[in-house]
Design a protein around this ligand. Structure first.
Ligand SMILES: Nc1ncnc2c1ncn2[C@@H]1O[C@H](COP(=O)(O)OP(=O)(O)OP(=O)(O)O)[C@@H](O)[C@H]1O
Length: 291
């Protein structure tokens, strides 16, 4: 029997009216893997997360979580509350009238866990996220970074099977972003939870992902480790989108760089473009005339 991935989307399509946002999208995540869906604004990242969580139903295709079909775009449909998923929203969606403690405790109260158990779990997760000292604060009394930690704490406190995060760092002060990112990644790895994050920020994707999926025009156009995506982009769109490669038509460039041994073997007819990154270039003694 074929071994099943922990999370699997099979040929998912979704249209809003005539706008086909997702066109036979398939993806897999292994247990404990950190997947990042990378795409420009409006490419359908949130739609994918919402289909995984069950808030949106696909027109076609199947969603499989932990060996169970939770949506077959027909009769089989497991509602969000039964999918055992933690969700971190872009705007965090904290309950403004509740303290940080009550926000984090909310999913456990819904499950009617004993009071003592709830306290213990909230304290544990607050400690991990270093927000123990602000548990009695309301969201409006918290910094952006603290609000984000509360949102992450609320998402993981019930120890869900799957963690979904939609642009979770976009409201964080750019100066703090790198360190918050690193902390969240460490935490997620420590807990070992399978995570799918959506972002339009290639740097964020590169620094967090085990596996990046590039979403463009309704399709996953490349899947790979950050290194693979960076070093072997499948086309000029990915090359430019991830890390801003310099791209020149080969027929212009080849005559200029004949002296470079590695490129000598390439046949101009076989390549449309040559891409190179700034860090791989240097000024030659003789120089090349360029505009
Ligand atoms: N309920 C809806 N009705 C109609 N169109 C929608 C609906 N939800 C999303 N769309 C459209 O579907 C496309 C994908 O939206 P989605 O929010 O999934 O993209 P995204 O990649 O998450 O974008 P962003 O990064 O800006 O949040 C967009 O063109 C959007 O306008």
């Amino acid at each position: 029997m074929r071994r099943m991935a922990f999370l699997e989307l099979r040929n998912i399509s979704k249209s809003y009216g005539k706008n086909r946002v997702l066109d036979k999208v398939s993806l897999t995540a292994e247990k404990s893997e950190f997947l990042v869906i990378l795409g420009a604004s409006g490419e359908g990242k949130s739609t994918i997360l919402n289909i995984i969580s069950g808030v949106i139903r696909p027109d076609e295709g199947e969603v499989v979580i932990d060996g169970r079909v939770v949506d077959d775009s027909n009769k089989t449909y497991v509602p969000p509350e039964l999918r055992d998923i933690g969700y971190v929203f872009q705007n965090y969606a904290l309950y403004p009238h509740m303290s940080a403690f009550d926000n984090i405790a909310f999913p456990l109260k819904m499950r009617k866990l004993p009071e003592e158990e709830i306290k213990k779990r909230v304290r544990e997760v607050a400690e991990m996220l270093r927000i123990s000292h602000v548990l009695d604060h309301k969201p409006s009394q918290l910094s952006g970074g603290q609000q984000q930690r509360v949102a992450v704490a609320r998402a993981i406190v019930k120890q869900p099977k799957l963690l979904l995060m939609d642009e979770p760092f976009s409201n964080i002060d750019p100066a703090l972003r790198a360190s918050v990112r690193w902390e969240i990644k460490t935490l997620v790895k420590q807990v070992g939870i399978t995570t799918v994050m959506a972002t339009h920020d290639q740097e964020e994707a590169m620094s967090l992902a085990d596996k990046i999926l590039i979403l463009h025009k309704g399709k996953i156009i490349q899947t790979g480790t950050p290194e693979e995506i960076y070093n072997r982009p499948v086309n000029t769109y990915v090359a430019d989108f991830v890390g801003g490669m310099n791209i020149l038509p080969a027929n212009i460039l080849i005559p200029q760089i004949e002296s470079i041994a590695e490129l000598k073997s390439l046949s101009v007819e076989n390549i449309g473009y040559i891409g190179f990154r700034a860090e791989h270039t240097r000024l030659d003694d003789q120089g090349i005339k360029a505009e």
